[in-house]
Design a protein around this ligand. Structure first.
Ligand SMILES: Nc1ncnc2c1ncn2[C@@H]1O[C@H](COP(=O)(O)OP(=O)(O)OP(=O)(O)O)[C@@H](O)[C@H]1O
Ligand SMILES: [Mg+2]
Length: 323
């Protein structure tokens, strides 16, 4: 469990984090999303004890981090594997030795049968057994990130921190890497923190997300709630222009979640209430394994009450869009 309470950090005059509160549960895949310069990398570096902060506290598994206690900071860092956008592999070492690097750093032997079994097991996990003696320059970007993931796991961390880990990869390879992170989360129980500016990444794998803007957490919650039914602030954050809506009649937005019924509500409503309306706009989005959607209907003002009542009866969440 990681708890940040009121964490503030500045570089000279620049206030980078302004009282950040974040709570990350064990075994969660937690996303932190924000634009360039929002303070995401700084926040991750505070979490893994690489960066100090002026005020606030960070608690990891119930122990408050003390930045002056170098020995416990090193223990903390050992619990946290980290991967980056540019992979940070050493070109002069082959894949095996790159993965073994953290072991070397901790003074452990890297050629014992146990070490060999560990590293080979991790390369199997990331599906790179056949590249064990390849050099990083012989690998694609996706393969390099897999090596970096194996390296981040070699000391059996409790947390895996990912700083823009898929930002340099194309969409198909990004999906593969995210599927691998999901597998690591599910099978090894490792808590994963993903820092990114890519909304798609958060929608695909995160169970919870924080929106970071100029060092402030604007909103925190389940991605499907924040993206499908965004508050005004979140809409602005996502740069979602309010779509052009008809001037006449009433515009109602409907929200469909995984709890919505499978009934064809839209066509049923027209038939049951014997009314007409138009669909102004609709979208469906995938969140992990579920599909969520929303739709705007333009109805006659006189039908408003009946439509709202019908939607309530059918258990569909709705909201009238004010002009
Ligand atoms: N070591 C440093 N010294 C001074 N300023 C810094 C330092 N590190 C970061 N900053 C500043 O802090 C702000 C936040 O930087 P940070 O790297 O945390 O942002 P970010 O959200 O990770 O951005 P990006 O998406 O571009 O990686 C930026 O304005 C940056 O210039
Ligand atoms: Mg960054």
């Amino acid at each position: 469990m990681i708890d940040l309470v009121n964490v503030s950090k500045r570089f000279g005059d620049l206030e980078v984090l302004k009282g950040v509160n974040i709570h990350i549960e064990d075994h969660e895949v937690y996303g932190i999303i924000g634009q360039s310069g929002a303070g995401k990398s700084t926040l991750l570096r505070c979490i893994n004890g690489l960066e100090s902060y002026e005020s606030g506290t960070i608690t990891v598994n119930g122990t408050t981090v003390d930045m002056r206690d170098k020995k416990s900071l090193r223990q903390l860092q050992r619990k946290m594997g980290m991967i980056f956008q540019n992979f940070n592999l050493l070109n002069r070492l082959d894949v095996y030795d790159n993965v073994a690097l953290p072991m070397k750093f901790w003074g452990m032997k890297t050629n014992t049968p146990e070490a060999k079994a560990k590293i080979e097991g991790l390369l199997k996990l990331v599906d790179l057994e056949d590249k064990i003696h390849a050099r990083p320059r012989e690998l694609s970007g996706g393969q390099k990130q897999r090596v970096a993931i194996a390296r981040a796991l070699v000391l059996d961390p409790e947390f895996l921190l990912c700083d823009e880990a898929t930002s340099a990869l194309d969409p198909a390879i990004t999906r593969e890497i995210l599927a691998l992170l999901e597998k690591i989360n599910e099978e090894m129980g490792i808590t994963i923190i993903i820092v990114t500016h890519q909304m798609e990444v958060v929608k695909q794998v995160c169970q919870k997300v924080s929106f970071l803007k100029d060092g402030v957490v604007l909103a925190e919650g389940r991605p499907e709630e924040l993206f499908v039914r965004p508050s005004k602030e979140v809409k602005a954050f996502l740069h979602e222009e309010s779509s052009l809506l008809p001037e006449t009649g009433t515009n109602i937005q409907l929200f469909f979640t995984d709890e919505s019924s499978d009934d064809p509500v839209i066509t049923m409503m027209a038939r049951v209430l014997n009314i007409d309306y138009s669909i102004v706009w609709a979208k469906l989005e995938d969140f992990r394994s579920s599909v969520y959607g929303s739709m705007v209907l333009n109805i006659n003002e006189k039908d408003r009450e009946r439509v709202c009542r019908y939607l309530d009866e059918m258990n569909v969440a709705w909201e009238v869009l004010e002009k």
